[in-house]
Each structure stands twice: as structure tokens, then as C-alpha cells.
Design a protein around this ligand. Structure first.
Ligand SMILES: Cc1cc2nc3c(=O)[nH]c(=O)nc-3n(C[C@H](O)[C@H](O)[C@H](O)COP(=O)(O)OP(=O)(O)OC[C@H]3O[C@@H](n4cnc5c(N)ncnc54)[C@H](O)[C@@H]3O)c2cc1C
Length: 412
């Protein structure tokens, strides 16, 4: 085992991608008097509302259905948090800088939000992604164990590592309890004096934006606005965002572990992703006895989040079962005990959208989580709040100008 355990250095030392702290044009100062309306109480909107509130703004958070509801991209049980991002070290830093904020939220939630079960990524070859991730971790002082096939087989006997050459194990990362974390965040926001309201916001129009119109007829006046509408963002801004964000169908399955078997518990088993030559599968141990999660990271068909069927398909179940039986032979014949149908809201290459509206300088467009956004919620929110208030530099990777209508995923 090659163990990379460097002491943490200043986050201001370059790592091939700017930290959010480096993108701040001026130190974040406490403001007062501005009213900001945030549309969307998913992970991006909720963290943005929190950071705006921390800057002493009056914040109203609005959602049509509720924080991390069952059709939102932030809904469901769990999300991986990891820092391995290959060449895209900007996300390594955001994941790392988000971790203490998740831990702080976990400390007040009563039930865990971050389950530090460790994350194992494994690869059939020592591809550039592996080397780039190791280099980024080294520069940032992140703990990573580089494991051979034999070492992985010894440490994680519930996985068959046939054809696998190398693994990256991140002991400080793990699982975020998705719905619980957003609910806790909104609860903390309300207890700290923020306003949360349920309402369906109509697509905005006009020369300037000074108020939101809800389907109920109610109007919400504000100085500035954040639209963090996840897969619904293209519907709110069909001309400006439109096909630049493409929602795709994703199916997730849960299987029962063998009775009394401790090998599938967090602590014994990590969260994992099998790079599988770019055709990635991932999953979790038996978190809170919900079952062992399995999912295929491939983008499914294009969908409408309002109308897509939430019934899992036999084809996706057959595919995931075949994969499970190959890599997790101890789970052969394990009973299916749950499923979720969700969607990714993909930007053209997987980079987030965090930019001002091209015509309305008091409006921030926020989205494009692209199947990997959840873990970055705290730092996305911090940058989004600063960008809206004019105290953050433009990060080209998050700009509207870099979003294309031709989709080719690059960030993994
Ligand atoms: C199956 C699956 C697995 C994933 N796995 C991971 C993972 O392991 N790790 C990771 O980091 N990320 C993961 N992601 C990605 C991550 O969950 C998303 O990027 C993130 O949750 C997006 O959050 P959001 O706030 O942008 O969107 P959402 O959570 O969808 O929030 C948008 C909100 O806006 C509201 N809204 C929309 N339109 C209106 C309107 N007109 N008026 C009022 N409200 C409105 C909606 O009701 C919704 O609540 C996964 C996603 C899925 C679906």
C-alpha cells in the first residue's frame, strides 16, 4: 500500500484549479439591508440561502414542492462525497473545503449527515485519472491510500476485484444522507431567521426583475434573485438556459444484505465506484439498514422532471443485477428492497452553472449539478452568494458562456 498522508497545507497553494476562497475578489464582508429571493430549496439553493444569511442579508427561500422532495435531484437517500476528480482539481478542492461544513451540519442534526465510511475508487488500468487524482491529493495534503489488487481484496473481501489493477481509498470521505441534510439545512436557516415558503414561481420576464410572481397570484419583491431550480432551470429560462442543461433519467436500486453479515456495514465496506473503462457503476454499504445501494452512472434517456415515470424499469434492474453478481458474488440472489428514479441535470461537459443572468445583473443562475453536485453544496453556495453580491471573480468553468448545447461529458 502506498499511503499518501501529507500534512494539510494552505488551500491557497495552487492545485490545478482555484479554490472558492481564491475566487473571492474581495473578502466577504457582512452586509445588511438587501432582500434576496432564492428559488429552489435543493442542495444548491439551500446552501446559497445559508451563506447569504451569514452575510446578514434578508433571505426568502421558495420551493414549489419542498426541500429535497422525491422528484428533486437532491432527494433520495445518499450521495457520495469524494475528492478524487482526476485532472479536474477545482472539484477536489471544493469537495475538500465543503467537508468541514458538512461536518458542522452533521453535528447539529441529531442523526448523522456525513457517514465517514471511506470511499474506494477502483480501476482496471493505472489511467491518467488515477495519476492526476494522486497528484492533486498530494498537493492538497489529502489522505489517500493507493491500493494494489491484493491489498483491496484483503481489505474489502465483499468485492471481487477480478481485472482490477489499482484503487484509491479516501478514508476521510463517505456518504452524505441527502434528504436529511437539506431538511436540516433549511431548518437551521429558518431557525436563524430566514423565511422559507412553498410556492411555484412563474418564469420571469421584463426589462428588469424586481419581483417574482407565484402561481397563487402572490408576488415576492426582492433586490436580488437566485434561481437554483435544478432540472427545472431550463423551463424557467428556455431561451437562455434551454438545451444547455439536459435532464437525464437515473435509476438506483437497493438490495438486502445477507442476514447477520457484518461485511456490508459502513466501517467494514466503503462507498465505492468501479471505473470500468469509463462505464462507471457505484454504490454504498448498508447505510442505516436501508440496503446496499447500486447504480449505473451512465446518462439515461432525456426526461422531463415533471412527467418522467418514477417506476423503475426491468432493463435497468437486469443490468444492475448482472453487474452486482459479477463484482459482489456474495450478493447473488439478494432481494431487491427499494428503488428510486431520479434525474441528473447535465451541463454540456459536467461543469456547474454559477453565473449572472446576461440581461439582469441582480439575478444569478445556479445549476448544472451534472450528477456530481451534491457533495459541493457548501462551497457552491458560498461562491454563488459571493458571485451574486459582486465579491467573487468570474470562474470561466462556471460561466454561462462556456455552456454549450452539444453535450459531451468530461468531468467524472
Ligand atoms: C441518482 C442520483 C445520484 C447522484 N449521486 C451523487 C453523488 O453520489 N454525489 C454527488 O455529489 N452528487 C450526486 N448527484 C447529483 C446531485 O444530487 C445534484 O447535482 C444536486 O442534488 C442538484 O441540486 P439542485 O439544488 O441543483 O437541484 P434540486 O435538488 O432539483 O433542487 C431544485 C429545486 O427547485 C425547485 N423548483 C424548480 N422550479 C421551481 C419553480 N418554478 N418554483 C419553485 N421551485 C422550483 C424544485 O422543486 C427543487 O426542489 C446525484 C444525483 C442523482 C439524481
Amino acid at each position: 500500500m502506498k499511503s499518501l498522508r501529507f500534512s494539510r497545507r494552505s488551500l491557497l497553494i495552487g492545485a490545478g484549479g482555484a479554490a472558492v476562497s481564491e475566487l473571492m475578489a474581495a473578502p466577504m464582508v457582512k452586509n445588511s439591508g438587501e432582500h434576496v429571493a432564492v428559488v429552489g430549496a435543493g442542495v444548491f439553493g439551500a446552501w446559497t440561502a445559508h451563506h447569504l444569511q451569514q452575510q446578514d442579508h434578508k433571505v426568502t427561500l421558495i420551493d414549489a414542492w419542498g426541500p429535497a422532495h422525491s422528484r428533486a435531484s437532491s432527494g433520495g437517500e445518499s450521495r457520495l462525497t469524494r475528492a478524487a476528480y482526476g485532472k479536474d482539481a477545482i472539484y477536489t478542492r471544493m469537495a475538500m473545503d465543503s467537508l468541514p461544513q458538512w461536518n458542522a451540519l452533521s453535528a447539529i442534526s441529531g442523526l448523522p449527515i456525513l457517514v465517514q465510511c471511506g470511499i474506494l475508487f477502483f480501476f482496471p488500468t493505472e489511467e491518467p485519472y488515477v495519476q492526476d487524482s494522486i497528484a492533486a491529493h498530494k498537493r492538497l495534503g489529502l489522505r489517500t491510500d493507493v491500493l494494489s489488487q491484493t491489498e483491496m481484496a484483503r481489505k474489502f473481501p465483499m468485492i471481487d476485484f477480478d481485472g482490477i489493477k489499482v484503487g484509491l481509498y479516501e478514508p476521510d470521505f463517505g456518504a452524505l444522507m441527502a434528504r436529511r441534510s437539506v431538511l436540516t439545512l433549511v431548518d437551521r436557516f429558518v431557525k436563524a431567521g430566514g423565511t422559507y415558503t412553498k410556492g411555484f414561481v412563474q418564469p420571469p420576464s421584463g426589462k428588469q426583475l424586481q419581483e417574482l410572481q407565484l402561481s397563487s397570484g402572490e408576488r415576492i419583491h426582492a433586490d436580488r434573485f437566485v434561481f437554483a431550480a435544478g432540472p427545472w432551470l431550463p423551463k424557467l429560462f428556455p431561451d437562455i438556459v434551454g438545451p444547455k442543461i439536459l435532464p437525464t433519467r437515473q435509476e438506483v436500486f437497493y438490495f438486502a444484505p445477507p442476514p447477520g453479515d457484518r461485511r456490508f456495514q459502513p466501517g467494514a465496506m466503503p462507498g465505492w465506484a468501479d471505473f470500468n473503462g469509463g462505464d462507471i457503476f457505484y454504490g454504498f454499504p448498508d447505510l442505516e439498514t436501508r440496503g446496499l445501494k447500486f447504480a449505473h452512472d451512465e446518462h439515461g434517456v432525456e426526461v422531463d422532471p415533471d412527467t418522467q415515470s418514477r417506476r423503475p424499469t426491468e432493463a435497468a434492474l437486469a443490468e444492475i443485477t448482472a453487474y452486482r453478481d459479477r463484482r459482489f458474488p456474495l450478493l447473488k440472489d439478494a432481494q431487491l428492497i427499494g428503488a428510486e428514479v431520479c434525474q441528473y441535470e447535465n451541463s454540456s461537459n459536467g461543469d456547474f452553472l454559477i453565473d449572472l443572468h446576461p440581461q439582469w445583473s441582480n439575478v444569478l443562475l445556479l445549476g448544472g449539478g451534472s450528477g456530481h453536485g451534491f457533495k459541493h453544496g457548501p462551497e457552491v453556495g458560498r461562491y454563488a452568494a459571493a458571485r451574486l453580491m459582486g465579491s467573487a471573480k468570474v470562474e470561466p468553468r462556471f460561466s454561462l458562456a462556456t455552456k454549450s448545447e452539444t453535450h459531451h461529458r468530461e468531468v467524472h
